[in-house]
Design a protein around this ligand. Structure first.
Ligand SMILES: [Ca+2]
Ligand SMILES: [Ca+2]
Length: 670
């Protein structure tokens, strides 16, 4: 007698958990997620900002983030134990803000992935270099005039050479400021004249009024002061270039007569006002100022020549996208120096956008923009919400026939400012899941000359966890207020699997970049959210068969039988629960089942396996000469005999057993 009653709910849960929603775990058992990639951390004046590449598991619950204090920046020797900073619930996104850092201390971060059943991965390697607590780094890069790359261009007015020298910040996410005062010394003999110096604010500085003054201090130094002020306290929400200082190089610099001259910040002192950044309360923020060099030659390659072939072309933008998509495991160290074009310490689609922009002969900086609604369609730096909705990266929901190829669209919505995009999709792969075929640009972006790179799990993937990383960039914004198809991800739908299966497509990370290389993240008002998609698999899918083997005279279950299916697996099913023998996966349609047990006549009986669900039948064995004896035809498909249980109740009992059997198999495999 089978008891169901309160088990019915558990049946549904077990069945859903074992058979339908996690086809790959059915095959592999529950195992911890893979070790996450080393995270990337930036220190700001208040907080630390940590980002990492998404893990490949579609059923990941999230990540734990650990802060590790270290003794010094060089050896990063740990001080004390790592502290989990995200509380008890895993972080679902691939970024985290640590608000608990202390001034001037040094920290590294490690990530731990939390998978199905709360299995945790090995911890990642620590972020490097360590974050300097509550300080803001403002710096000049080294600029090489004759290899200026994308920082060198020709004046639209007279065709003479110009060099754009960025002033960058490592992390200005948590700065809301009334004003910035930059004071620098530039080498006079390398610059044509003080009057030729121009200053352009980057997209990050949108909304600030600004003024500049360049004066010749002595034979060696030109002093440049830039003052940017907001009418109210304005948030920056980003990292990278704040200003471009555009100079006309001197003959001496172009001729290579002088090797290098310093680009130096004036430190704020009691009698000499230097670089100051005021927070929302008008208090100066503690700064780390790193000087740079203006040189004639000497960089390993020109800025922007990411693939190091001596030329700056669209190939370099594509190479940067390949790095962003994870397709270049170990780029040349020189590539890191020349490919981070927006100077935010990361090589990603933002750099490809700026490179393409320069190749399309556009300025790297925006026309002056205001942080008001009319600019909201130009740059993500305009913090007003764009008309209506939040920018989105949305994966489509599509239907597919079993075994057919299907293109899943990925949309960018509410983001006409987007000129670049990156996203990851994770999904169940393997025999019961999807097989990734390719990724291609959407029609509109392809026509507009956008570039795309991707990497992903092809037909073989680790433990049936499929993934794809995609990076996209163009030389200008998509400029459409309608949803735009950024890309199509092509899959082969499973040939068989759970019934009417909805295969999840999880958007595990999504970022959008504006035409000026600004990628809003964290709490920036225009940081995009991502929306998951799915593939609904139609058509025939495998079914299961549960067979109750009983004594024909007494209806007592027979527990020592062997049951064969034809067509079906070569070996018989012997494991059973109270005489119920289960074939977990059979092609839909009619099969012939053979039951044999010691002391009984072997019975062959036909049964119908339904598509995507469970068929049931009873095989009643007659006492006789045992296996190898004669066979009886007969048995039509019959409901399981039971006292008081009929129809649905009997099915539920079978499902319970099936679920228990599958669950026990999972445990063994795990
Ligand atoms: Ca190149
Ligand atoms: Ca960058």
């Amino acid at each position: 007698m089978l008891k169901i009653g309160s088990w019915a709910g558990i049946v549904a849960v077990l069945w859903a958990a074992t058979a339908l929603s996690e086809p790959s775990d059915l095959a592999t058992g529950i195992s911890p997620p893979s070790r996450p990639a080393r995270p990337f951390a930036r220190g700001g004046p208040r907080n630390a900002y940590i980002e990492w590449r998404a893990n490949h598991e579609y059923d990941l619950r999230g990540y734990h983030v650990y802060r590790q204090e270290v003794a010094d920046a060089e050896t990063a020797t740990p001080v004390g134990d790592p502290v989990r900073v995200n509380g008890n619930s895993p972080v679902s996104k691939t970024e985290f803000v640590d608000t608990g850092i202390e001034k001037d201390r040094l920290y590294c971060y490690v990530i731990e992935a939390v998978g199905a059943g709360d299995a945790v991965s090995e911890r990642s390697e620590p972020s490097m270099p360590p974050v300097h607590g509550q300080r803001l780094r403002v710096y000049f890069p080294d600029i090489y005039a004759n290899q200026g790359g994308i920082y060198r261009f020709q004046s639209p007015a007279d065709g003479s050479p110009r060099i754009a020298i960025p002033i960058a910040t490592q992390c200005a996410y948590d700065i809301s400021t009334y004003g910035i005062q930059v004071a620098v010394h530039l080498p006079r003999n390398l610059i044509d004249s003080a009057d030729s110096i121009a200053v352009y604010p980057s997209g990050l500085m949108g909304g600030f009024l600004f003024a500049r003054n360049a004066s010749v201090l002595d034979n060696e130094i030109i002093e440049l002061r830039i003052i940017a002020a907001g009418l109210s306290s304005l948030p920056l929400y980003g990292a990278g270039t704040l200003f471009y200082v555009v100079i006309t190089p001197s003959e001496a610099l172009l001729a290579g007569e002088t090797a290098c001259g310093p680009l130096s910040f004036i430190r704020d002192q009691p009698l000499l006002q230097g670089v100051r950044l005021y927070d929302g309360a008008l208090k100066p923020i503690t700064l780390d100022l790193d000087d740079g060099l203006l040189c004639s030659d000497g960089l390993c390659a020109a800025h922007g020549d990411a693939n190091l072939d001596g030329r700056i072309t669209e190939d370099d933008a594509e190479y940067i996208l390949q790095i962003a998509a994870g397709g270049v495991p170990e780029p040349d160290p020189c590539t890191w120096q020349v490919a981070d074009i927006n100077l935010d310490n990361s090589v990603d689609q933002a750099d490809a956008v700026l490179l393409l922009r320069r190749l399309h002969v556009r300025d790297l900086w925006p026309d002056p923009i205001s942080k008001s609604s009319e600019s909201a369609w130009d740059s993500f730096a305009a913090p007003e919400k764009s008309e209506g909705e939040q920018p989105l990266v949305r994966i489509g929901n599509v239907e597919a026939e079993t075994g057919s190829e299907i293109a899943v669209p990925v949309y960018i919505e509410n983001a006409p400012q987007a000129a670049g995009c990156s996203f990851d999709v994770t999904f169940p792969a393997g025999a019961l899941g999807l097989s990734l075929q390719s990724v291609e640009l959407g029609e509109e972006l392809a026509e507009a000359g956008f570039k795309l790179a991707w990497t992903g799990s092809r037909t073989v993937s680790e433990r049936n966890k499929g993934f794809v990383h995609v990076a996209i960039a163009g030389g200008g914004a998509i400029a459409s207020k309608e949803p735009v198809t950024a890309a199509y991800v092509r899959f082969m739908a499973p040939k068989s699997g759970g019934g009417g299966m909805s295969v999840p497509l999880r958007a595990s990370d999504a970022a959008l970049t504006d035409p000026y290389g600004f990628t809003p993240r964290y709490d920036a008002p225009n940081a995009p959210s991502s929306v998951n998609g799915s593939i609904q698999v139609k058509g025939l899918v495998d079914g299961s068969m549960a067979i109750l083997v009983v004594d024909s005279a007494t209806s007592a279950p027979i527990g020592n039988a062997q049951v064969f299916a034809s067509p079906g697996p070569a070996s018989p099913v012997t494991q059973n629960n109270a005489g119920v023998y289960i074939f977990a996966s059979l092609e839909p349609g009619e099969h012939e089942f053979t039951a044999q047990a010691p002391g009984y006549v072997t019975l062959k009986q036909k049964g119908l396996v339904p598509s995507g669900s469970v068929g049931t039948m009873t095989m009643a064995l007659v006492k006789g000469s045992g296996p190898g004896g004669g066979c009886a035809g007969g048995g039509a498909i019959a409901p399981i005999p039971s006292s008081g249980m009929r129809g649905g109740a009997a099915d539920a009992a079978i499902l319970l057993l099936l679920a228990m059997a599958l669950a026990s198999r999972r445990l063994k495999l795990a």
